[in-house]
Design a protein around this ligand. Sequence first.
Ligand code: NAP
Length: 269
Amino acid sequence: MSDPVLCGVILHPAGHTLSPLLHETAYSALGLDAHYEVFDVPPRDFARELEALRARRVRQLSVSLPHKEAALALSERVSPAARAIGACNTLTLEDGAWRADNTDWIGVQRTLEPLGPWQGRRATVLGAGGAARAVVYALHALGLEVRVLNRTAERAEQLTAELGGRVGGLDEPYDLLVNATSLGMAPNVEQTPAPADALRPGSTVFDLVYRPLETRLLREARAAGCPTQDGLDMLVHQAVEQLRLWSGQTADAALLRRTADAALAAEAR
Ligand code: NAP
């Protein structure tokens, strides 16, 4: 019998990451022999740890905050999407060299596709960090017109200069509003990135935050008559795509969603 494939998630601080649960559930359902670990690595140790993991033949890594840019910079091969987005959430050891991919944008695309059609519609994205960059990349792939609004205006300008779209405001009409800031995330659940009076009935509101699943933004959006989408499907779909890149197999997204829902419900109790 061959040894299990060694893989894991590299991040700091480790907190309550759902990645091991999602990947282990998928490996087990697909009958794959893999061992998925959590590597809690502070930024100053990232480069050294990556070398140590290469030497240990850890071949597949999910990359989370704060390492997504450093992982890109240290990779020998980079996919076009990871290069354009400027962040890597997936590392694969190929012939001894790290290949950087980004599956966050695929997570966004697969989450939104069933809620479309989106071609020619208008999106406003709140935030200009790494997640917002993956969102903007996905929205362009779906054919939306993109405006970006961020607390630090220069970051929104830089994002749109690099990825397209333009800087905009909440006073402009939109068909899709995306929260790609950390506002509303536990424990700051009373924060929201958009005032209730900026929510437009009939426009879809997608919040990347998934702790809690129903953020204040989504609660107020529902009350305003907006279709809503939480952040957990994005997390599930980016993991499904990681597994496809690594094993060529397609994990059952609905099974992973049910598993993650149960874990978040248990956490909340
Ligand atoms: P990041 O690079 O640190 O960016 C954070 C963003 O939030 C920036 O635009 C920042 O604005 C904004 N922000 C933070 N505090 C704020 C405040 N008090 N008022 C206004 N804006 C504020 O983080 P990230 O990786 O992009 O992640 C952003 C969010 O997406 C997080 O909640 C993360 O959990 C979520 N996420 C979800 C998934 C998923 O699969 N569902 C995947 C990735 C990320 P400034 O530029 O002005 O600082």
